[in-house]
Design a protein around this ligand. Sequence first.
Ligand code: SAH
Length: 333
Amino acid sequence: MNEELEVSAAGAGKIMLVGIGPGSVDHMTQRARAAIAEADVVIGYVTYIKLVADLIEGKEIIRKSMTEELDRAVSALEAARAGKKVALISSGDAGVYGMAGPTYEVLFQAGWTPDDPVAVEIIPGASALNSCAALVGAPLTHDFCAISLSDLLTPWPTIARRLDAVAMADFVVALYNPKSGRRTRQILEAQRLFLRHRRPDTPVAIVKSAYRRRENIVFTTLDSMAEADIGMLSTVLIGNSNTFVRHGLMVTPRGYANKYDMEEGGATRDGERAGRSLSTGLLGWLETLQAEHAAGDSIDTLAARHRLPADYIRDTLAEPVEIEMAAAEEGEA
Ligand code: SAH
């Protein structure tokens, strides 16, 4: 083996993208703490560096502001090229509206590849949606998505289109970056778009500074959420059409009630079987669709009824329904 290469590999630096979770030491992973402890250089937004003050004594610290993300990635690469281990700190998860993306972009631009002596490690952390959900109950137990209302780097029509699409598709939504001193109207526009598809009394939870000193939780509804105190450190959780609040807890049903009678000790409902798709699952639904079509419903009528594209209905009707007997769904409810 080439000795020179071996030496440079041994002395090569490393970039660690560390997600530290919501902002309390208890909610950081062991690996996140170890990565910071092992780093020579720690780079991050001042607030997050303060959160790990106990771990960084004697280290080189580069404090950067919010708007200097690319600079942070460049500084990280420079230090790593010089053989240092660099921890880039993000709140939550580094890959969720965090430093992971910009860092790879800067690295690629500098000609970095995964074979480079500079190693890159991404250390996952609990994102704001995980932390905030845990504090309000179980709002994310069914399909959900995250949308950032920040238009600093994303055109508003793109954000608005996504809000409209997920509001219509009945996702539970976590809104990141909902409001700041300068961006106050975005949350109102989001509310306007959601009210076109969801009931005014749809549950909304606003969690500010989850697991931090000024933690504050407010339960409200879609039509009055704009009156609540929302800021840079808030995440707004909007329920889907089934989400409810009981005893101060926001819960989105997993769907067990579709299959089991929750009042009758959990007996399986007529026509449903444990471990199998619902009667309105894919195969059952296809049978219904075939029957409705055979009875004279047009493709357009079916498309409107099920709120699905007509070409999808057409293609699907053209394929015969195969009954799958495989135990592929083993372990499911
Ligand atoms: N990488 C982070 C998100 C950074 S974007 C993560 O994975 O969580 C910044 C936004 O995250 C804030 O505007 C807020 O919406 C949300 N956020 C981050 N920390 C939070 C906390 N402790 N409590 C509530 N929301 C938080």
